[in-house]
Write a protein that binds this ligand. Structure first.
Ligand code: GTQ
Length: 369
């Protein structure tokens, strides 16, 4: 009898499948997992590799409405298998963009939020709703969701920067919209670099902005000179055990993340500093502005130096080490603002082994088939 019932139940499972219904009694554990279940893998790209290919694209590709941006993006290898194009993590995209002297990357807008972090060169600008901000190495520039933006270059050397967009997040929420502007360059509004003149450190609000709404951030560009000074001041105190001397970039009017959805963080690791391991739900993509060292992710050593990028997947143990003689500066983007807002964020500290992981492997780039 029990056997007959078992057979009938198996039959029911098969019948359900045929009509696109599912037996939760079989699948609950796959759907509601006890811990984050995902296929984002950690990965690292050397600067030399990225730059070489980007420069090749500089030789081969002209910008225009056919190809609006010259960008090489970081593709998470395991997510590519699922056709998730441009997913560096489940929520975040990172690209590296090259603009040559005299070029214009034409104006458009999209519902993805974007941030730029300047890596190399100067004389280029991003225009956000017509306000131009000129780029210098180490600056963070925001392009809030649905703002018009174009990039131009009035200097003499190539300019390279990091783009961070919430591509995976927006796609999973089915919220992507894109619109090209009717002309290549959006009409210029106000003085150049206006937002940094107006808000500079982010600690003060000009009186004419007393009634200004908090979103989007009135500060578009966070200058490296300011960020560096802030980290130097912070270094007079004890470091954070997990992140060293680290700050989140914030919207001066709300005190919340500078971009509504993409978290942005800069951290300084002093020579010899070895942070303790922890893990959290939010994922991140790191760029090494300066320095050399390694990050251990789930027991694997990811060795980095200036210019490199690496992916930190959700819920992965990680700790950072500065092996160089100089301060290391790590810029990263993350999806913490979303995880926080949706009440999904959790953090766990690594308690074994004095808080440090054992290294079981050293990362090497996958060799292609
Ligand atoms: O510069 O507007 O890397 O729209 C991806 C999409 C850069 C940009 C990217 C974009 C941009």
């Amino acid at each position: 009898m029990a056997n007959t019932k078992m057979k009938a139940l198996e039959r029911l499972n098969e019948d359900l499948e045929k009509v696109y219904l599912g037996p939760l009694w079989e699948k609950l554990g796959k759907m509601v997992t006890p811990e984050p279940d995902h296929e984002v893998i950690p990965y690292l790209w050397k600067w030399k590799t990225i730059r070489k290919h980007l420069m090749e694209a500089g030789e081969l590709l002209r910008l225009g409405r056919e190809s609006e941006r010259r960008v090489v993006y970081l593709q998470n290898p395991s997510l590519l298998k699922h056709g998730l194009i441009g997913y560096s993590t489940n929520t975040l995209y990172v690209g590296v963009q090259l603009l040559l002297p005299g070029e214009v990357a034409p104006a458009h807008r999209h519902s993805q939020s974007a941030i730029r972090f300047i890596i190399e060169g100067e004389g280029a600008y991003t225009s956000v709703d017509g306000e131009r901000t000129y780029m210098e190495r180490g600056d963070l520039i925001l392009t809030p969701s649905w703002t018009w933006h174009d990039h131009g270059h009035e200097g003499t050397e190539p300019v390279i920067w990091m783009d961070g967009l919430d591509v995976g997040l927006v796609r999973n929420f089915a919220g992507s919209f894109f619109e090209p502007y009717s002309e290549d360059v959006f009409p210029v509004v106000g003085p150049h670099n206006g937002s940094t003149f107006k808000y500079s450190t982010g600690a003060f609000r000009p009186v004419m902005d007393r009634k200004r709404k908090g979103y989007p951030s009135p500060l578009i560009a966070y200058k490296w000179k300011t960020t560096k000074q802030v980290l130097e001041n912070l270094s007079q105190l004890d470091p954070d055990p997990y992140d060293g001397y680290a700050v989140d970039y914030v919207n001066p009017l709300t005190g919340e993340s500078a971009d509504l959805r993409i978290g942005t963080t800069m951290q300084k690791l002093t020579p010899g500093m070895h942070t303790k391991a922890h893990r959290h739900v939010h994922s991140a993509v790191y760029h090494i502005l300066d320095g050399e060292g390694y990050t251990v992710i789930n027991g694997v050593k990811f060795e980095w130096s200036k210019g490199d990028f690496f992916i930190l997947p959700p819920w992965s143990w990680h700790e950072h080490v500065n092996t160089g003689d100089e301060d290391a500066y790590l810029f990263s983007i993350n999806d913490l603002p979303i995880m926080d807002r949706l009440n999904l964020e959790r953090e766990e500290t690594y308690e074994k082994n004095g808080g440090y992981q054992s290294i079981v492997d050293v990362f090497k780039p996958f060799s292609q088939l």
